[in-house]
Design a protein around this ligand. Sequence first.
Ligand SMILES: NC(=O)c1ccc[n+]([C@@H]2O[C@H](COP(=O)([O-])OP(=O)(O)OC[C@H]3O[C@@H](n4cnc5c(N)ncnc54)[C@H](OP(=O)(O)O)[C@@H]3O)[C@@H](O)[C@H]2O)c1
Length: 343
Amino acid sequence: MGYVPAEDRCDRMIYRRCGASGLKLPVVSLGLWHNFGHDTPHETKQAICRTAFDQGITHFDLANNYGPPPGSAEEAFGGILKTDFHGLRDELIISSKAGYLMWGGPYGEWGSRKHLIASCDQSLKRLGLDYVDIFYSHRFDPDTPLEETMQALDYIVRSGRALYVGLSSYNSEKTRQAVAILKDLGTPCLIHQPSYNILNRWIETDGLKETLADLGIGSIAFTPLAQGILTRKYLNGIPQGSRASQGKSLDPAVITEGALNSVRALDAMAQARGQTLAQMAIAWVLRHGGITTALIGASRPEQVVDCCGAISNLDFSDAELAQINQIAEQKDVNLWARSAQLD
Ligand SMILES: NC(=O)c1ccc[n+]([C@@H]2O[C@H](COP(=O)([O-])OP(=O)(O)OC[C@H]3O[C@@H](n4cnc5c(N)ncnc54)[C@H](OP(=O)(O)O)[C@@H]3O)[C@@H](O)[C@H]2O)c1
């Protein structure tokens, strides 16, 4: 039977304005980095997307290289757009990115005009779309003039390939420079996509969080669950099929006994708040409105439902925040720091 979206879906979600723009985003967004490649059954992908939309998630985040193999997540989502979300395009915010390695030779990665525009065209083809809502420079390129990368983003909007543009993992200083160039070109930067969670606070120490607030730019925090560490998943070892068991982006070596002791203490706090640990971790990212939306991933529809439950309590007392700071020593789980540090 065809998919019929839940009628009350928008009442189940909170939508926040993205910086000073006119666009509102759900406070929980879904990313398709993992679990949307050829290694996951189509039914699972479909069920995750349907559940997300039913929970009021209107924002789906992709990139050229999501898979495996690279490109397959966009193809899978393109299929779901046709079969399940047909007629719903105007209710969806779909993003893609270019910058990481996508094809061989000198034009298959980084920030040249050639790479960004060719990659955007490939993404649109895989997605079966005329335009994406947000197109990102996926990482800062130290070897390409920032003007060239921003001019490419500006052109992508002016040529109708995207409605808005964003930056991912640029540090505070490069963000200020990029935003100024985009402003001069007449295509304002909508949003920044950095990694951010209880265990990874580089956007606070770097000053990026303050910069975004200052410039009126929205923010979408990726890996709010530290790829699953900030859930109960790893408390009794590494379960089969979990991300840490797959030899991909989550190195099991970072799940140390010390890290797990912190996770146990955070879990006790979450229980006292009447939340699951995943919900508290997402609420922490969203606290005080400082971040527009938390960008989660999921391997099962039930995880999406659990994560969306975070919105029932997004407030923290000063005492709770201090306790979280005390428990959560910084852990080495920031795989994206390199992009932010390049200058
Ligand atoms: N811009 C960039 O450079 C960049 C980089 C990375 C990611 N991203 C974006 O951010 C998105 C999210 O990244 P992420 O997947 O690492 O985020 P995450 O939300 O920190 O981790 C997701 C993983 O946590 C586990 N999980 C999720 N909900 C759970 C729940 N309620 N209970 C227990 N476990 C739960 C699942 O692990 P299992 O799979 O083990 O079940 C899931 O795959 C990506 O899809 C992508 O769109 C962007």
